[in-house]
Design a protein around this ligand. Structure first.
Ligand code: ADP
Ligand code: MG
Length: 246
């Protein structure tokens, strides 16, 4: 496992949309805080992959993004690093023991395995900081996950159904939500999660697309993903494609 950088060196990168920021060539250029830099090194990442080089500055600039890149290209860090950097710069700290948790970021992925990987990566990058990620998914009791959320939650990672479930229980508020990430968007559609995704963005108290930053990731870019992007993203979103996208 890991990134094969050699095969990326001659990969096509396409950014479309108005005024895209220039890519970064190194993680140093991303102007990350010390703890994040330290955690990246500990994770063993030395240089950014193409989707990270182009994606990180786009997200840090506050832009919505639809990013398409093949599996294994490093999409997770492309969205986690700029989100965590912003939350650390803002000095957010999870309010523990509060009966209402208001995460700054919600990340959605279609399966327990995929969302758990994202959560573990978020934990590694947030290690030693005040930012607290939490993960929820179906197939296990909700009560335990709710208790975990109530211990403090800045980055809520979840599968679509279980996220709707915990939000519906009134323990999650969206008034502080800055980031909504829809990862593996094509797989979510294939698995029949489109109604859940639409319910999620329409859930009570959810920030409108004008008032949040929405980041969509997908390995492919068929018509139904383009339609979702048009519905969920601001009209000036940037489209980033790395490699050959079907
Ligand atoms: P994707 O979401 O595009 O399928 P992942 O984010 O899961 O890809 O990354 C694939 C693998 O590459 C993971 O094992 C991850 O830890 C590793 N990886 C990601 N970015 C880098 C990097 N900049 N340097 C080294 N390894 C990386
Ligand atoms: Mg991924």
């Amino acid at each position: 496992k890991g990134v094969n950088f050699e095969k990326y060196d001659d990969m096509l990168v396409d950014v479309s949309g108005s005024n895209p920021p220039p890519p970064i060539m190194t993680f140093d250029e991303a102007a990350l805080c010390e703890s994040l830099k330290k955690n990246i090194i500990k994770t063993g990442y030395v240089k950014p992959t193409p989707v990270q080089k182009y994606g990180i500055p786009i997200i840090s600039a506050g832009r919505d993004i639809m990013a398409c890149a093949q599996t294994g290209s490093g999409k997770t860090a492309a969205f986690l690093l700029p989100i965590l950097q912003q939350l650390m710069a803002d000095g957010v700290a999870a309010s523990s023991f509060s009966e209402l948790q208001e995460p700054e970021a919600i990340i959605v992925a279609p399966t327990r395995e995929l969302i758990s990987q994202i959560y573990l990566e978020a934990r590694k990058f947030a290690f030693g900081t005040c930012v607290r990620p939490v993960v929820v998914y179906g197939g296990v009791s909700t009560g335990h996950q709710i208790r975990d959320i109530l211990r403090g939650c800045n980055v809520l990672c979840g599968t679509p159904g279980r996220l709707l479930d915990v939000i519906g229980r009134g323990k999650i508020g969206c008034s502080k939500l800055q980031y909504l990430v829809l990862d593996e968007a094509d797989r979510m559609l294939d698995m029949g999660f489109e109604p859940d995704m639409r319910r999620l963005v329409a859930s009570p108290g959810m920030q409108s697309k004008e008032n949040r930053q929405t980041l969509m990731f997908s390995a492919t870019y068929p018509e139904d993903i383009q339609r979702l992007a048009a519905d969920f993203l601001k009209t000036d979103y940037l489209f980033l494609a790395v490699g050959v996208v079907g």
